[in-house]
Design a protein around this ligand. Structure first.
Ligand code: KG4
Ligand code: ZN
Length: 361
């Protein structure tokens, strides 16, 4: 029997199995991460090896360095995830890996590593969309969360408002027309002289500042639920450069707090609009989730809380450690794909430009 036939047969059997354990690997950007996840909800182990030290010197992720570091770390991180779960490769029911979007070389390293392991161990393999992984981080933190719900996915490359209609089924409501929220945070942080990665650093600095110290323009977009952050970013850069040219001391904490407030106001404003339009007063179940690296942002979490309380909506957020890239979220997403009978063959390839929703809106 070929690997593919055997894998399809095994995957079909797993749909009736009570306990399904998946070993997942994530290498789409600058984290080499592996985890063992049970039934899409329970974390048996979660190992994240961050490459931040390697890229900090360059002020951003250097793709070649990322690929090489993933190659060196993959086996070790996978071994550690199995060891911490107290299990062996043979105990796994399936393997999973991020297939995209992300850096092509980084993705390829992970895809090849897991294809090799899946073939050697004779296990079904699931290729996972990284953004779907971020959404699924919520299933790990909140065992009671079930689709349908609305989700704001905010990461380094994405700012999407989606309706999660069912497991693996998404409807795009809005997206950024230019920069992603994480990208905007990273650029603003750089202007303030903060090292990479800027998002968490600008967030920490902003805690000390006055968010009303500077007013920044609210973005304008054509789509009702679309985002735009490039105007805001340019206004911020001009503001800082103007002060520098006038030799004024930079009130960095106030600047960080004002920028953070403007970005989070825009994110929550459009989300609130989508929530209001989606659900009338009669709707009973109104669930809204945050996902992606930027959902670790303290101001965004506070503002989302206030917004949801005001609208009578239940808010779900991944625990902080699961907001940024990790293997656990990939294992969760893989479980639901596997239950839908979706497995990959040994021809699985990296898909650097993969989208969460293919067909627009
Ligand atoms: O989801 P993620 O780990 O990777 C991608 O899939 O892109 O997101 C990384 C992005 C970076 O832009 C990073 O600066 C941002 O999330 N980020 C934050 C915070 N933590 C991470 N942005 C603002 N505040 C944070 N606390
Ligand atoms: Zn990510």
């Amino acid at each position: 029997m070929s690997y593919w036939e055997d894998s399809c047969r095994r995957a079909a059997e797993l749909r009736n199995q009570e306990r399904v354990r998946i070993l997942a690997l994530e290498t789409s950007c600058d984290e080499t991460a592996a985890a063992v996840i049970e039934n899409g909800r329970k974390i048996l182990s979660d190992v994240v090896f961050s490459q931040i030290d390697l890229h900090e010197l360059y002020g951003g992720v250097v793709p070649e360095i990322a690929s090489r570091a993933h190659m060196e770390a993959c086996d070790r991180v996978v071994d550690q995830a199995l060891r911490e779960a107290g299990l062996r490769l043979q105990d796994m029911d399936a393997l999973a890996v991020t297939k995209g979007p992300g850096l092509v070389g980084a993705l390829l390293t992970g895809v090849n590593c897991m294809k090799g392991l899946a073939f050697a161990a004779g296990k079904p393999l699931v290729g996972v969309n990284h953004i779907e992984g971020h959404v699924s981080a919520n299933f790990l933190t909140h065992p009671e969360l079930e689709p349908p719900f609305l989700c704001l996915v905010v990461s380094g490359g994405h700012s999407h408002l989606v309706e999660v209609a069912d497991y693996g089924e998404y409807r795009l409501l809005g997206q950024t027309m230019d920069d992603a929220a994480g990208e905007a945070f990273d650029k603003a942080a750089r202007v303030l002289g903060l090292p990479y990665p800027g998002g968490p650093r600008i967030d920490a600095l902003a805690e000390e500042g006055n968010p009303e110290a500077f007013s920044l323009p609210m973005p304008k977009t054509e789509g009702k639920y679309d985002y735009s952050f490039s105007g805001l970013k340019t206004a911020f850069i001009n503001l800082v450069h103007g002060m520098e040219q006038r030799n004024e001391p930079l009130p960095r904490a106030d600047l960080a707090a004002s920028f953070r407030r403007a970005v989070c106001a825009e994110l929550t404003e459009k989300a609130a609009r989508a929530i209001r339009d989606r659900w009338g007063d009669e709707t009973q179940k109104k669930d809204f989730a945050l996902a992606g690296g930027v959902s670790a942002n303290r101001e965004l979490r506070r503002m989302a809380n206030t917004m949801c309380r005001g609208l009578g909506v239940k808010l779900f957020m991944p625990e902080i450690g699961l907001c940024t890239d990790n293997g656990a979220m990939i294992g969760s997403a893989a479980y639901y794909r596997l239950m839908r009978g979706e497995t990959a063959g040994l021809n699985l390839n990296a898909m650097p430009a993969l989208r969460l929703v293919e067909s627009g809106r």
